[in-house]
Design a protein around this ligand. Structure first.
Ligand code: IPE
Ligand code: IPE
Ligand code: MG
Ligand code: MG
Length: 385
């Protein structure tokens, strides 16, 4: 980003209730868009039902779940990031202001992000051998890994179909093509990030730098795409400064994504299963090089370091007593606080990029969606679920 003073975006308090309301409100609209695209594009009944199971619409016998939106279907963070960036950019200095309240136009993109995200979750649970997600058995435990891979592939392909709908909602072909390219790029980076994440399980020298590069691929790239893409749809690219603003929206999403994944690493060890919906400690048992472990390997006493590196060079899953030993070492060198402070740093960087995205003279007072985006950065950094 260019040198000089950005317009500062600073939040004074963590307005978690507020942003959670925003997430819930958008989630319902995004789910409705997702449901129609699944209905339109997937002719096979079993495939539709398996998708419905994973998305929290159906139970394991493929009967309707009728739960409150979001309970078994995830937080819908990526759609919210896209919608808020779209609305914030519409009201910004390069924006098409009339779009700010017309959510129907951005919903296909929001749904595409969520469908693509869910494909990655289905495959990730196979790769990580995790049996629980969103408080329910993972899809592969219901239908086997081979069929779950097919369901994931199907969701990935449907997400591309979603973008075709943008042409019918008033966007020109050039913008849709740029968005498709951005989404495809994020998907390639994501696969590479996942490859590196798995490879790190068997590598000894994983430092914070390569960890952040890996997370930029596996998680933050899609959040960058969400923020950039949402803003792109609402921006008049011919206005001076528009390109710089779009880059800054992307940077905002990237740093928010890094904060989000670091917080996920912290919750993976110290979070409560009833909040996260995921098994606590599975990252440790799998010997994942999550950020608290990487920091502990740097900050532990010599003796603890030897113990930790010996445990992390073993093959297979760690036992319960080995997990307890890792937890003691993490506690002894304040690894949670070290990782959390890195999440806070990424949040700061996100807020600074948001200042640039807003353009000079834009304030939180006149653009409520910028305030919501700043709150979203707080939420991902401090969340418990
Ligand atoms: C989980 O993402 C996977 C990561 C990138 C850490 P979310 O925490 O956004 O998952 P859901 O959709 O809300 O369940
Ligand atoms: C998150 O993977 C990234 C993707 C799903 C692509 P993780 O393995 O770190 O996340 P959880 O903890 O299973 O959700
Ligand atoms: Mg996983
Ligand atoms: Mg994983």
């Amino acid at each position: 980003l260019p040198d000089g003073e950005p317009v500062g975006i600073r939040t004074t308090s963590v307005l978690v209730e507020n942003v959670e309301q925003v997430l819930r409100q958008y989630a319902a609209e995004v789910e409705a868009e997702m449901a129609t695209i699944v209905e339109d594009e997937v002719a096979d009944t079993w495939m539709r039902q398996a998708i419905g199971y994973h998305l929290g619409w159906l139970d394991a016998d493929f009967r309707p779940l009728n739960e409150e939106v979001g309970r078994s279907g995830g937080k819908k963070l990526r759609p919210a990031l896209a919608i808020l960036s779209y609305r914030a950019a519409a009201l910004g200095p390069h924006g098409r202001a009339w779009l700010a309240d017309d959510l129907s136009r951005v919903l296909p993109f929001a749904a595409a992000l969520e469908l693509l995200h869910n494909y990655t979750l289905i495959h990730d649970d196979i790769q990580d051998d995790d049996r629980t997600r969103r408080g329910r058995p993972t899809l592969w435990t219901i239908c086997g890994t081979a069929q779950a891979i097919n369901v994931g592939n199907c969701l990935h392909a449907i997400s591309l179909h979603c973008l075709e709908r943008l042409a019918n909602r008033g966007f020109d072909a050039a913008d849709v093509a740029r968005l498709s390219a951005a989404l495809a790029h994020a998907s390639v980076e994501l696969a590479i990030g996942q490859r590196r994440d798995l490879a790190f399980e068997n590598e000894q020298d994983v430092g914070p730098g390569v960890y952040l590069e890996m997370v930029a691929g596996k998680t933050a790239g899609l959040l960058r795409c969400a923020s950039y893409g949402g803003a792109l749809l609402a921006t008049d690219g011919s206005r001076p400064g528009a390109a710089k603003s779009l880059t800054a929206f992307g940077e905002f999403g990237m740093h928010l994504g890094l904060a989000f994944q670091i917080r996920d690493d912290v919750l993976g060890i110290w979070g409560a299963e009833e909040d996260t919906g995921k098994p606590s400690g599975s990252d440790i048992r799998r010997r994942k090089k999550s950020l608290p472990i990487i920091f502990a390997l740097q900050a532990a006493s010599e003796e603890a370091f030897e113990q930790l590196s010996a445990l992390y060079s073993l093959g297979g899953e760690l036992t319960t007593s080995e997990e307890a030993c890792v937890r003691r070492i993490l506690g002894s060198c304040a690894a949670a606080a070290l990782a959390q402070s890195q999440a806070e740093e990424q949040r700061e960087r996100a807020l600074s990029a948001l200042g640039w995205a807003a353009g000079n003279g834009e304030t939180l007072r006149t653009n409520p969606f910028l305030a919501n985006l700043a709150e979203l950065a707080d939420f991902v950094t401090h969340r418990s679920s």
